[in-house]
Design a protein around this ligand. Structure first.
Ligand code: ATP
Ligand code: MG
Length: 563
């Protein structure tokens, strides 16, 4: 699908290629995608999924799905299930499914080992005290009075922590590294804390839980991960990652490699912020089609292939950058241009009566399902005296460049006939309610034997056979490119991000539309059936994306005006 000849940069792939060449890790490649099950996955996670699974697939390796579930309070089984569904839907199969919580016993044993080596101690200062003792970037930290407890005392206290003898917050286990390190992460980081909380996998088996930094590197090592790929904010954590794995002398020492997170314009990209939108009812749920969650994109009509293609296009680098929304939209447009069945659908109907067309006649008009894919065949559309056209396709006082229908003007109805508008009917408020037209029977199929040309071609549906539908038009969820960076992001929500049209009229075949089919409503955009709210007797269609990038035009116009 990608027609750009130069592949996007991917420095991690180059590292892997070198490692294979030098037979590092016996030329094996094992990666993992390690989400914390505390929310639904978003398009940023898709970048990490495509990278981890993609590298494993390309180099004959394997990729695990591992739930980094060491924080029971924020996690939930609902998220575990949704993450599995999303990874599968994106088209990937994990070699093994793991939970960091599977390793709790092993992690505990490793902690005992650190204590025995004199490399970890029980801290009994309060959280507040720990913070002050830690120092700042400019000042070294201060050693805790508990730092030099004996191994025996540490072992005893740690075992009693596990046994549930102490309340939350009374003690923690800390790695004994260097309180003067310029890297704050190395100033005796906490590696275990007491949490009397039930865990979605281990229930009430534990009341002490390992911290993320400690859990992550050891889980990687236990699984024999060769390349541990993570985002740039973990760069400063790498020395700690290496320290833990070195001190415990694990059989495998994974290499942590950091890359830039995906940031996209006009959205927020953190589970916490997306959760806030859901909890405050500002969107319908995690799968609201305006959300850039994987489930939202799926419901919006994005294909898995388009998301994988997007992730290839943006590449993998160490430099933070913000990707324009048009890159994502172009990926789906290209895919749907190839994939989507063309249909006629009127979003905002205006009734047309063809006065010289026989009263009860219905004829069948042949229509093409895809302009570039003849193998997709044709279909028959009913044509009759009463039709609907798009309200915007008629103007009473048309400006110069308006080539569609106007009083006295002739246009083509797609696949059908030329029609000329002869009369405009209005209601008492002056609103146009109907157009009277005449058709030329000689123009069947859309051309005139006398060579007469028309400038406009309109889509239409036959009124009697049309299927009613509600149409949802989506726009960007936020008004500004970087809502996360400027004050409270909620205030930047775009109030017009969802427009509901209640009176859509569709060609009859769409009555049996299914959620797995992608459509192009000719001249309108790409649409799909809404997988949640659509019912057989009340169809709902979502606009996935417009046919062209209308924002590019708007932005260009703004730039022009500013000059
Ligand atoms: P969030 O801040 O949205 O909660 P997270 O990084 O805390 O994201 P995790 O569940 O820990 O979410 O992420 C799983 C994996 O996905 C991690 O390896 C993480 O680095 C990666 N990831 C998360 N967000 C992005 C992003 N925007 N771009 C690329 N990778 C990401
Ligand atoms: Mg996280």
């Amino acid at each position: 699908m990608k027609n750009d000849a130069t592949p996007a940069p991917n420095f991690i792939k180059n590292i892997v290629i070198d490692d294979i060449k030098t037979k590092k890790n016996d030329a094996q490649v094992r990666t993992r995608f390690p989400p914390e099950p505390n929310g639904y996955l978003h398009i940023g996670h898709a970048k990490s999924i495509c990278l981890n699974f993609g590298i494993a697939a390309e180099f004959g390796g394997s990729c695990n799905l591992r739930f980094d579930d060491s924080n029971p309070v924020k996690e939930d089984i609902e998220y575990v299930e949704s993450i599995k569904e999303d990874v599968h839907w994106l088209g990937f199969e994990w070699a093994r499914l793991h939970h960091a919580s599977d390793y709790f016993e092993q992690l505990y044993d490793y902690a005992i080992e650190l204590i025995k080596q004199g490399k970890a101690y029980i801290e009994s200062l309060s959280a507040e005290q720990i913070r002050t003792y830690r120092g700042t970037l400019k000042e070294p930290g201060k050693e805790s009075p508990y730092r030099n407890r004996s191994v025996e005392e540490n072992l005893d206290l740690f075992q009693r922590m596990r046994a549930g003898e102490f309340p939350d917050g009374s003690h923690v286990l800390r790695a004994k590294i260097d309180m003067a390190s310029p890297n704050l992460n190395m100033r005796d980081p906490i590696i275990y804390r007491i949490r009397h909380a039930s865990h979605h996998q281990t229930g009430d088996q534990w009341c002490i839980y390992p911290m993320y930094d400690y859990t992550h590197c050891l889980s990687d090592a236990i699984e024999g991960i060769t390349h541990s790929l993570c985002t740039l904010e973990f760069e400063d954590h790498r020395p700690l990652y290496d320290w833990i794995v070195d001190e415990l002398n694990t059989a495998c020492h994974p290499q942590q490699i950091e890359f830039a997170r995906l940031e996209l314009e006009y959205t927020v990209m953190s589970k916490r912020k997306l959760q806030q939108l859901v909890e405050q009812g500002l969107v319908q749920g995690w799968d609201d089609p305006r959300m850039l969650s994987i489930s939202g994109l799926r419901r919006r009509g994005y294909t898995p292939g388009s998301i994988r293609d997007f992730s290839d296009r943006i590449g993998v680098t160490k430099k933070d950058s913000v990707i324009q929304m048009s890159v994502l939209e172009n990926s789906i447009r290209e895919d749907l241009n190839h994939r989507a069945t063309r249909v006629l659908a009127v979003l905002n109907p205006l009734r047309v009566v063809i006065e010289n067309y026989p009263q009860d006649q219905v004829e069948e008009i042949e229509a093409i399902n895809h302009p570039n894919r003849p193998e997709l065949g044709t279909r028959k559309l009913p044509f009759s005296r009463e039709l609907y056209i798009e309200r915007d396709d008629f103007m009473e006082a048309p400006p110069k460049k308006f080539f569609r229908l106007a009083l006295g003007r002739e246009v083509r109805l797609r696949y059908a006939y030329y029609i000329t508008c002869t009369q405009v009917i209005k209601d008492e408020q002056g609103k146009i309610v109907e157009l009277k037209c005449r058709y030329d029977p000689a123009t069947k199929g859309g051309s005139s034997p006398d060579g007469r040309k028309v400038k406009g071609t309109l889509h239409w549906v036959s009124a009697a056979q049309a299927i009613d539908a509600e149409i949802h038009l989506y726009d960007r969820l936020f008004k500004i490119p970087n809502p996360g960076a400027e004050g409270d992001f909620i205030q930047h929500l775009n109030p017009d991000s969802l427009k509901i049209l209640n009176h859509g009229k569709l060609e009859p075949g769409l009555g049996s539309a299914d959620v797995n089919t992608y459509y192009q409503f000719e001249r309108q955009g790409y649409f799909c059936l809404d997988s949640k709210d659509s019912r057989q007797d009340a169809l709902v269609f979502n606009r996935t994306v417009t046919l062209r990038d209308s924002w590019a035009k708007i932005e260009k116009a703004h730039a022009h005006r500013r000059r």
